[in-house]
Design a protein around this ligand. Structure first.
Ligand code: NAD
Length: 354
């Protein structure tokens, strides 16, 4: 069986990917994660006894550590999920986004290049570096514009998007300059289990459960394309297996929704699943001042991955949202731990003093 180094595997999408990959026995996995506030090793607790899974705490920007790890485990591929990912945080403190998303990805590419150059010609040919990125690199669309394609020029508007755009460019350059067999995926907004509750969908679900205000930026008419996280993970697996090296693949849910509609749908689901005697959840909706530079609309044209690789998003938005709300209702321990800071304390005790 092949071995894959997954970076950022203790976060939302990476953890879902690792769970799916081990369930299906796709490959052995080494998970390298810095364990920032957005991570949670509880996501992967069920793999503790899995002999085909290993975890290492570390930074993708640490060339020495990554080189040692590559030489030790000799992976056949790397999937880079590791990133700082929250747009609002990138507005208030962009520095960490540059450090991880730009410098970190660059250092990871450097370590990978040195490792890859020493492989046998056959192993060099089979090796893949898959970089997971976002549709936010393409900027903002008006309602009339056609959706982002792989050849849409980059026009990032937030520090997060700019840092991801920079990392995508380095990945591209390492293919063209050094021949490193790279692939890039640019995906729309994901939702599903295990997402840190600072992002729109889990934030709204948890605030609504607690009877707290449901903040909606601006007029609520910003449009995002939403994809169930498992559909994204399956697309990544397919691109890794069959994608053409040096190419990028857009991944999307064919599912554009205004933020207001997303919030209303969550409220309707919670009125059913967790009714409150004294109020309807939608009465908690509160419009708040818009995010600076808030992109109006993202839409993804994912014809390429559909026609070339035969991928399709499977999960319908209403059923995916229902499953997601149910997951947060069923996993109050996970939620309490993430929110209470207990996990952060545990991290400090177990990792920071090593
Ligand atoms: P997340 O914030 O939930 O998880 C990121 C993970 O990366 C965390 O476990 C964190 O500890 C780890 N990490 C951060 N800095 C690191 C470093 N320097 N070294 C090693 N690990 C580090 O993010 P996510 O939502 O799972 O996103 C994963 C990837 O997918 C990101 O690259 C993101 O840009 C991309 N993406 C996300 C979405 C989305 O909707 N969430 C959509 C498209 C693309």
């Amino acid at each position: 069986m092949q071995t894959v180094l997954v970076t950022g595997g203790a976060g939302f999408i990476g953890a879902n990917f690792i769970l799916l990959a081990r369930q299906n026995n796709w490959f052995n996995i080494i998970n390298l994660d810095k364990l920032t506030y957005a991570s949670n090793l509880e996501n992967l607790a069920q793999l503790q006894a899995d002999p085909n899974y290993d975890f290492l705490q570390g930074d993708i920007g640490n060339v020495e550590l990554v080189s040692d790890l590559l030489n030790k485990y000799q992976p056949n591929a790397i999937i880079n999920f590791a990133a700082e990912t929250h747009v609002d945080r990138s507005i208030f403190s962009p520095q960490t986004f540059i450090q991880t998303n730009v410098v970190g990805t660059f250092n990871l590419l450097e370590a990978t290049r040195f490792y890859w150059q020493k492989l046998s010609p056959q192993n060099q040919q089979q090796f893949r570096f898959l970089h997971v990125s976002t549709d936010e690199v393409y900027g903002s669309l008006s309602t009339q514009d056609s959706a982002f394609r792989e050849d849409t020029p980059y026009a990032p508007n937030s520090p997060y998007a700019a840092s991801k755009a920079a990392s995508d460019h380095f990945v591209r350059a390492y293919y063209h300059t050094y021949g490193l067999p790279n692939l890039t995926t640019n995906c729309s907004n994901n939702y599903g289990p295990h997402q840190f509750p600072e992002k729109l969908i889990p934030l709204i679900i948890l605030n609504a459960i607690d009877g707290k205000p449901l903040p909606i930026y601006g007029d609520g008419q910003n449009i995002r394309d939403w994809l169930y996280v498992i559909d994204h993970c399956e697309a990544i697996y397919l691109v890794l297996q069959k994608g053409k090296i040096g190419e990028t693949y857009n991944i999307g849910g064919l599912n554009e929704q205004t933020n207001l509609t997303v919030v209303e749908k969550i409220c309707t689901i919670l009125d059913e699943l967790a009714p409150k005697s004294d109020l309807r959840h939608s009465s908690l909706m509160t419009f708040v001042p818009d995010r600076p530079g808030h992109d109006r609309r993202y839409a993804i044209d994912c014809d390429k991955i559909i026609s070339e690789l035969g991928w399709q998003p499977k999960e319908n938005f209403d059923s995916g949202l229902l499953k997601t709300v149910q997951w947060y209702l069923d996993n109050s321990n996970w939620v309490n731990q993430v929110r209470s800071g207990a996990y952060q304390n545990w991290l400090k005790q177990n990792y920071e003093n090593r």
